[in-house]
Design a protein around this ligand. Structure first.
Ligand SMILES: [Ca+2]
Length: 490
């Protein structure tokens, strides 16, 4: 049934396909009857396709009548096709040209992209490097910050401990000041009672040696003191008020052991030529070549004074202004006493700042400090100029160039005012004279103090640096055996 239907349909299709040609042939046969007669002669001009299979095209075509027209139309079609293909070719060529430009462009772009890539890589490396560097910097910064923090903490700690120390120091200073006031009160009490007890003992042990030494074990010193008294012919226990100073000069104490701390020199006769002399150089120039006490009167000064003249050592002509040799005199004195002078002219004494001022005002003087240690070694320090400013300027020290073999322990005190336990003119917050137990041209406080406590034996043990010392010679904790300060005009 199905097969029959398929055959039927194929036949119909075949008819449909052949129909126009049938019409065409009819027209042609009308136009050209000669040819149709030829066809009628024996050749079949229609072809029927038996639809046993699917239709695949014509199985038979007329060869003669259609060939010329077919060729012509085919050529035409071919030409058209050729034209079309040429057009396409042109189109393709145009496209190709366009594509060629595109290729160049793409190449350029690729090239650019390559260079861009390398640039990006470079930038990336740079960025990486910067990041690393920044990281390093951050680490370093943190380290520095930590260090800073540590330092700050340490500083805080130090400042705290410094404050504590300051508090302690303040307490100690006030204690010292209290003790000094006590000493001053005791001194006043001693004066008031007019007894012959020695000056109040200082807090340090060696001072008791100083005050009690001559009584206990130094019979030689006692004899010497007595000799002085015999020489001057003064009664040993003469009250101070009854003593008559020789023409306004100082007075010597009766004995070393019972010297009131504020007593100036007692009257003392001129042992050598009458004078008065300008100074010991003047004495030497006049032919007096022996050591001893001479009466002096500085030019333009209406005051007489006595001093020991050293005429044998270092070419002579030296006016002794200070001497330490046995600890027989207490040098822990007031301003007034340092101003007027105190001690024994043939032993330990201080000539007096006022006298020094007038002496050094009349000419150009040099200073010589002669020292001896406990092993007998002798050294000296010389300053090519020496003078003092007046009391209104606290007897400020003016010192010249150093030379000698003791070392320079005094230039540090140049241009410094004099300080005593009752007049603080030093640069130190406390009073240097309190700690060093003697008046001096203190700074903060001293490289030398020849007015300290005379300790026996050199190295001393004390809470303070209060010995008779010259730091450049034996340091601050060595108390010298003998010291002489003397001046001479140049
Ligand atoms: Ca001071």
């Amino acid at each position: 049934m199905e097969k029959q239907l398929t055959i039927g349909l194929s036949l119909l299709l075949g008819l449909l396909l052949v129909m126009p040609e049938v019409g065409g042939r009819k027209e042609e046969s009308q136009k050209r009857p000669s040819r149709s007669s030829e066809l009628k002669a024996g050749r079949c001009s229609y072809t029927f396709i038996v639809p046993q299979q699917k239709l695949k095209g014509a199985l038979c075509v007329s060869t003669e009548s259609t060939t010329g027209a077919a060729n012509h139309s085919e050529v035409k079609a071919l030409r058209g096709e050729l034209n079309r293909q040429q057009e396409q070719l042109e189109k393709l060529r145009g496209q190709l040209e366009q594509e060629g430009a595109l290729v160049t462009e793409v190449r350029a772009l690729r090239k650019e992209s390559g260079s861009m890539n390398s640039r990006i890589a470079q930038l990336y490396a740079q960025l990486l490097h910067e990041v690393m560097y920044k990281k390093d910097q951050v680490v370093k910064q943190r380290r520095v910050e930590n260090l800073l923090l540590n330092a700050t903490a340490q500083m805080l700690q130090i400042s705290t401990s410094y404050r504590e120390l300051e508090k302690k120091y303040g307490a100690l200073t006030s204690m010292m000041s209290n003790q000094s006031q006590l000493i001053a009160r005791l001194e006043k009490l001693c004066q008031a009672t007019k007894n012959t007890t020695p000056p109040p003992q200082m807090t340090s042990e060696p001072l008791s040696i100083q005050s009690s030494g001559p009584l206990n074990d130094s019979s030689e010193s006692k004899e010497m003191a007595n000799d002085v008294q015999r020489d001057q012919g003064a009664p040993p226990l003469q009250p101070q008020e009854e003593r008559e100073p020789l023409q306004g000069t100082k007075v010597l104490p009766t004995t070393m052991a019972d010297t009131p701390t504020d007593a100036p020199f007692i009257s003392f006769p001129v042992t050598k030529s009458p004078g008065p002399w300008r100074d010991c150089q003047h004495v030497l120039d006049s032919g007096e070549t022996t050591n001893g006490i001479y009466l002096l009167r500085p030019q333009s000064a209406n005051r007489l004074l006595q001093a020991w003249c050293e005429q044998t050592k270092a070419q002579g002509g030296w006016t002794v202004i200070q001497r330490r040799q046995d600890g027989s005199v207490n040098f822990f004195r007031t301003w007034e006493q340092y101003k007027q002078g105190f001690g024994n002219l043939d032993g330990e004494y201080w000539l007096g700042l006022e006298h020094l001022y007038w002496l050094t005002k009349q000419a150009h003087y040099k200073l010589r400090v002669a020292m001896e240690d406990w092993q007998g070694r002798q050294v000296f320090a010389e300053y090519d100029s020496f003078r003092l400013e007046p009391e209104s300027d606290w007897y400020r020290l003016r010192l010249g160039e150093y030379q000698g073999n003791a070392g320079d322990s005094m230039s540090w005190h140049n241009d410094k005012a004099f300080t005593t336990l009752d007049k603080d003119k030093d640069a130190y917050s406390g009073n240097c004279a309190h700690f060093q137990k003697g008046g001096w041209w203190y700074h903060m406080c001293a490289h030398s103090n020849l007015n300290g406590v005379w300790y026996r034996g050199g190295h001393y043990r004390s809470r303070y640096q209060d010995g008779v010392y010259w730091a450049e010679f034996h340091g601050g904790s060595y108390s010298l055996k003998t010291v002489t300060m003397m001046i001479k005009p140049t």
